[in-house]
Design a protein around this ligand. Structure first.
Ligand code: ATP
Length: 254
């Protein structure tokens, strides 16, 4: 009996003006997997992420996450359900400290109840202590302890990507969508990022990763989906994908 995927999308389409950015695309992410999403420039990968997380509404298609249809949910509600995404250019709040970025991520989780929670001052203080402890522990695990009280704007591009991932962990998600975690990151930090992803995956976290760095995809992923011109071109193990002639052609043709 095959396991029900944690994330399953089908028939997803999105046009911008005359351009079909995503064209009847499907994707599945197995529970506990590290799944890759690759394709030539402009293939529609980031748009597909935006559709999965409802940052952009699809023209057509359905998305099931953790057994529930999520098309009707707002992005923050999807995050509350346990699907968190990061961006190609890490979106951290530069004028806040690294620690404040971490704490703010957790506060989003309380949503509308935040102000009522504020009334219960003791409870909040206790939770804040727990949140801070959690933030310190996560920052330590990604080697950012020394930057805890620095402005996030002082971080390098690679460190910002680490902070984005660390921030995602604050809400104990089930699935993290990573948009090019290795882009613009120096090779040492790329290795560290890959090690963290592997560790978090062993601890039960599922990942969907867009990445142009094939070494990263090949070393991390259980299964790889290939998009080209908005459509599904292939899906398989990294070695199957690496030797698939259609995939090679799509990359050479760009
Ligand atoms: P890359 O690997 O270069 O990041 P990608 O596979 O992530 O590319 P998308 O960024 O999803 O591809 O873009 C797919 C297509 O949709 C491209 O032709 C792009 O120009 C177009 N596109 C994406 N977003 C928009 C938008 N907001 N408005 C108009 N066109 C868009």
């Amino acid at each position: 009996q095959p396991q029900v995927p944690l994330l399953a999308a089908s028939g997803l389409s999105k046009s911008f003006g005359g351009i079909k950015a995503v064209d009847n695309a499907a994707i599945e992410v197995a529970q506990g997997s590290i799944t890759g999403l690759i394709g030539p420039n402009g293939a529609g990968k980031t748009t597909l992420f935006n559709l999965l997380s409802n940052f952009i509404r699809p023209d057509q298609g359905r998305v099931i996450f953790d057994g529930e249809p999520i098309q009707q949910l707002q992005p923050h509600q999807i995050a509350q359900q346990g699907m968190i995404r990061t961006f190609q250019v890490a979106r951290v709040l530069s004028r806040l400290s690294v620690l404040e970025n971490m704490l703010l991520a957790a506060q989003h989780q309380t949503g509308e109840n935040f102000w009522s929670a504020c009334l219960q001052f003791r409870q909040v203080a206790k939770e804040e202590k727990q949140l801070k402890e959690r933030a310190y522990a996560i920052l330590e695990s990604v080697g950012l302890t020394h930057m805890t009280h620095e402005y996030a704007g002082a971080l390098s591009g690679g460190q910002r990507k680490l902070l984005e991932m660390a921030r995602a962990l604050m809400v104990q998600p089930k699935l993290i969508l990573l948009d090019e975690p290795a882009a613009g990151v120096n090779p040492t930090l790329i290795n560290q990022i890959c090690e963290h992803i592997t560790t978090w995956n062993r601890e039960g976290l599922t990942f969907l990763i867009i990445e142009h760095n094939m070494d990263v995809i090949m070393s991390l992923c259980d299964r790889v989906w290939v998009l080209a011109e908005g459509r599904n071109l292939a899906v398989g193990s990294p070695s199957e994908i690496q030797t698939n002639s259609e995939v090679l052609e799509a990359y050479l043709g760009q």
